[in-house]
Ligand binder design. Structure first.
Ligand code: NAP
Length: 343
């Protein structure tokens, strides 16, 4: 009987998450209960939002208990099923734990992966999974940009942001991104086809406001928010009347222990009649099949490109998780737990 190597939360991080907050331990193989499937996880997703589940209370999911594994999306193979819709051998993506084998009840983020897909299996955690769907529903269902409008994206070189910018281009918008450093800004223009890029590093709110105004001379109609802080405040100053702000995430706050700089442009929400709307992608589950088909078509036709950052082995997960908050990750970040071609 194989061991089940599992990444557990050893201590609650205070401020920036540390490698020592986690530990890899052996756990017994789980046994599926009625309504559950036992899955061998090939890849596990590392998302910034997981940081919100490591605190004692403040999150959007159940806080991870100390000594227990982190919940995350995985893709793998069903080994045993006590659920009528799944059978052994099915490839499946769903919300499991960061471990080699998980028994879980299929939920809103669980679906079968087509074994004949021309894209690699890991993509079902990224562009053809939660990441692509988050970009799609956040931009198209919440932000609802019209052809010719200006779209500003923060975290623009990240997994979600780079997909948002390209989808906005597909819809005929003018797109500007905020990203950290000249290399990521170059990538926004040359690789992802943005019209403009702003390096936010070391800039004040006033400098960011001036740069956004320069690159969006007609104002911003949709600001896709991944970051928060002074980027949000600067964007508020540049929004057009009736603008929309889909709030996908606020990564600049996830490891923050000190009070954020006060916002000075909040009244723009009232004065410009803005619609500021938080969203969680899984609440749009009904449109996932259609959205996934459209995203796959865009990829196969070369309209949508993406980067993947694959860390090898569960031991690499803590250090790789930290790179999401230092900007050293390079695209959708996943951990490889087993090689699907060898099993
Ligand atoms: N609502 C939903 O359903 C949902 C689903 C998935 C993700 N999200 C959210 O979407 C956002 C992006 O996720 P992702 O998967 O695209 O992440 P990602 O690809 O890992 O991108 C993370 C990037 O964020 C930037 N960043 C990190 N710390 C920052 C800080 N303090 N200030 C400014 N930028 C910072 C870094 O890029 P730079 O080098 O450019 O700084 C980093 O590479 C996150 O806020 C996440 O929580 C929401």
């Amino acid at each position: 009987m194989p061991n089940n190597r599992t990444l557990i939360l050893r201590s609650r991080p205070e401020g920036m998450v540390k490698v020592e907050d986690f530990e890899v331990v052996d756990r017994p193989m789980p046994t599926p209960k009625d309504g559950e499937i036992l899955v061998q996880n090939y890849y596990a997703s590392l998302d910034p939002g997981l940081r919100k589940m490591l605190g004692a209370t403040d999150g959007y999911w159940i806080p991870t208990p100390l000594g227990e594994p982190m919940a995350t999306n995985t893709v793998g193979k069903v080994l045993e099923s006590r659920h009528p819709d799944y059978k052994p051998g099915d490839l499946v993506t769903g919300t499991a734990y960061l471990q080699e084998y998980t028994a879980y009840a299929p939920g809103p983020m669980t679906w079968k992966v087509d074994p004949a897909s021309r894209l690699s299996l890991s993509n079902s955690l990224g562009i053809l999974g939660a990441t692509g769907l988050t970009a799609y529903v956040g931009l198209l269902e919440v932000g609802r940009p019209l052809k010719g409008e200006s779209v500003l994206v923060s975290g623009a070189a990240g997994a979600v942001g780079s997909a948002v910018g390209q989808m906005a281009k597909i819809k005929g918008c003018r797109v500007v991104g905020l990203a950290g450093g000249p290399e990521k800004c170059r990538r926004l223009i040359e690789e992802f086809g943005f019209d403009g890029a702003i390096d936010y590093k070391g800039k004040t709110r006033e400098q960011l406001t001036a740069e956004i105004r320069a690159l969006c001379p007609q104002g911003v109609d949709v600001y896709f928010e991944n970051v928060g802080g002074i980027q949000l405040d600067a964007a508020l100053a540049c929004m057009n009347w009736g603008g929309r702000i889909p709030v996908c995430g606020l990564i600049s706050e996830y490891n923050q222990t000190i009070d954020a700089e006060p916002m000075v442009n909040l009244f723009s929400i009232v004065g410009k009649v803005l619609r500021v709307e938080g969203f969680l992608s899984f609440t749009f589950k009904d449109i996932f099949p259609c959205a996934l088909r459209e995203i796959e078509e865009w990829i196969l036709s070369g309209k949508l490109v993406y980067r993947e950052h694959i860390a090898d082995g569960i031991e690499a997960a803590p250090a790789t998780f930290i790179t999401l908050f230092t900007g050293q990750n390079d695209g959708k970040t996943v951990v490889k737990l087993a090689d699907p071609t060898q099993i």
